[in-house]
Design a protein around this ligand. Structure first.
Ligand SMILES: Cc1ncc(COP(=O)(O)O)c(C=O)c1O
Length: 404
């Protein structure tokens, strides 16, 4: 919505000149990742025929919000711990976003949601957005009952959980609308999926098909990954032995600190492209999703997650957000709480360590979101990590966490 601005934390790393990440945060394409065997087995509701395809999950959220009546006449209840692209679509529709609090294990705080429903009557909240963070499904029974009582639609944000099981059924099968981000799980470069629970409330999105030029450019990108999987980012000259001297050099050189603070900013972030709203994802991306070796994807993600859990055991200055990996969880990334982000986040980034963090977030009174904004880092655990990359990450992480 032009002119609308919100109070938001802005993190600016530019004074630090961080190098690019040396290991891909998301899976890259390789021929090895393909399988032609999973045909009929559909372990995810997002693999079903009736879903709608977008370039990214954020544009699928736009259609879900629109169908739920989010806009000048209807507010959105969203979690205080969020990335900008979860709320961009609501602002695009001219809506108000009210943030509810979360518990330390990122469960929605029902008292906080109730409080918002009582406080804000006009425009009244129309929908509750609930993410299954990092692949860990939420308990939905109470939330479903609450939504029914207060005439709210439930939107399941499955961007981190293409697979999985809630207390009421498969992830994505419970909400009135569910949205997923295939490119976070599959080496398919792009993709967003929307599922509507009831045909009567289904969105009527009829996006433009990708042009042949765009399909060809994605194909080229895949072929480049096949030809030189490590070309960008590089791990070529890096090995574990060199890390020690690299870290010493970085510590000796000292560093400028990133800029971080609250600002009033246009509500829609630069990550949201209006020109992408009406586009369908490429056929090639969908083909890759259909032909990925799912059992291997699940097994390797779980194995890498468990490896991180093992590494963190006994390591100072950090702890896992989830200390166990239940059987039906297919993790997206490994969320890790670090005690001293000013020192350790910066060191990791200066080493070219691959990690993400949601440091750009709307101001809220949720203490958990306020703390996790800088203390919770997201480490890669995807299926395409090579053994050398894993060993390098583990050594780098261990060395940094042992500093002071
Ligand atoms: C929880 C969550 N929901 C929604 C989105 C938006 O998904 P996409 O990147 O597919 O637009 C993201 C993006 O990272 C996310 O982390």
């Amino acid at each position: 919505m032009p002119g609308l601005s919100v109070r938001i934390y802005q993190f600016d790393p530019s004074p630090c000149n961080f190098p690019p990440a040396k290991v891909p945060v998301l899976p890259r394409f390789s021929l090895h990742s393909l399988s032609f065997g999973w045909g009929d087995s559909k372990p995810s509701v997002f693999a079903q025929e009736e879903v709608q395809h977008f370039v990214r999950g954020r544009y699928a959220l736009l259609e879900a919000f629109r169908s739920a009546g989010i806009g000048p006449g209807g507010a959105l209840l969203a979690p205080a711990y969020h990335c900008r692209t979860m709320i961009d679509p609501a602002f695009r529709l001219g809506a108000t976003v009210h943030l509810y609090s979360l518990t330390p294990d990122l469960r929605p705080n029902l008292d906080s949601i109730h409080d918002l429903v009582l406080r804000f009557k006009s425009p009244a909240p129309r929908a509750l957005l609930v993410p299954h963070y990092f692949g860990f499904a939420q308990f939905l029974s109470e939330l479903v009952a609450f939504c029914a009582e207060h005439q709210l639609l439930l939107i399941e944000d499955c961007s981190h959980s293409y697979f999985g099981q809630t207390d009421l059924g498969l992830v994505g099968s419970v909400g009135d609308y569910s949205v997923a981000s295939p490119y976070k799980f599959f080496p398919c470069i792009e993709g967003g999926v929307l599922r509507s629970k009831n045909a009567s409330q289904a969105c009527t999105f009829s996006g433009k098909r990708r042009q042949a030029k765009a399909e060809a450019s994605l194909l080229l990108q895949c072929l480049q990954d096949v030809r030189s999987p490590r070309s960008v980012p590089q791990l070529a000259n890096e090995n574990v032995a060199a890390l020690d001297s690299e870290l010493k050099r970085i510590l000796l050189a000292g560093a400028k600190q990133p800029l971080d603070g609250l600002i009033s900013q246009a509500a829609i972030s630069p990550h949201y492209q209006i020109s992408d709203e009406a586009r369908q994802s490429a056929q090639l991306s969908r083909w890759i999703v259909r032909h990925t070796n799912i059992s291997e994807l699940i097994e390797l993600r779980r194995r890498n997650f468990l490896r991180w859990l093992d590494v963190l055991r006994g390591l100072p200055n950090c702890k896992p957000l989830f200390s166990e990996l239940p059987e039906d969880v297919v993790p997206y990334m490994f969320p890790c709480y670090i005690e001293n982000p000013q020192e350790h986040f910066v060191l990791l980034k200066r080493l070219g360590f691959p990690l993400w963090r949601w440091d750009e977030m709307m101001l809220s009174d949720c203490q958990v979101a306020g703390t996790y904004r800088t203390h919770l880092i997201h480490l890669p655990c995807h299926q395409a990590l090579e053994p050398a990359q894993i060993e390098w990450m583990i050594s780098a992480f261990t060395m940094v966490m042992r500093q002071s």
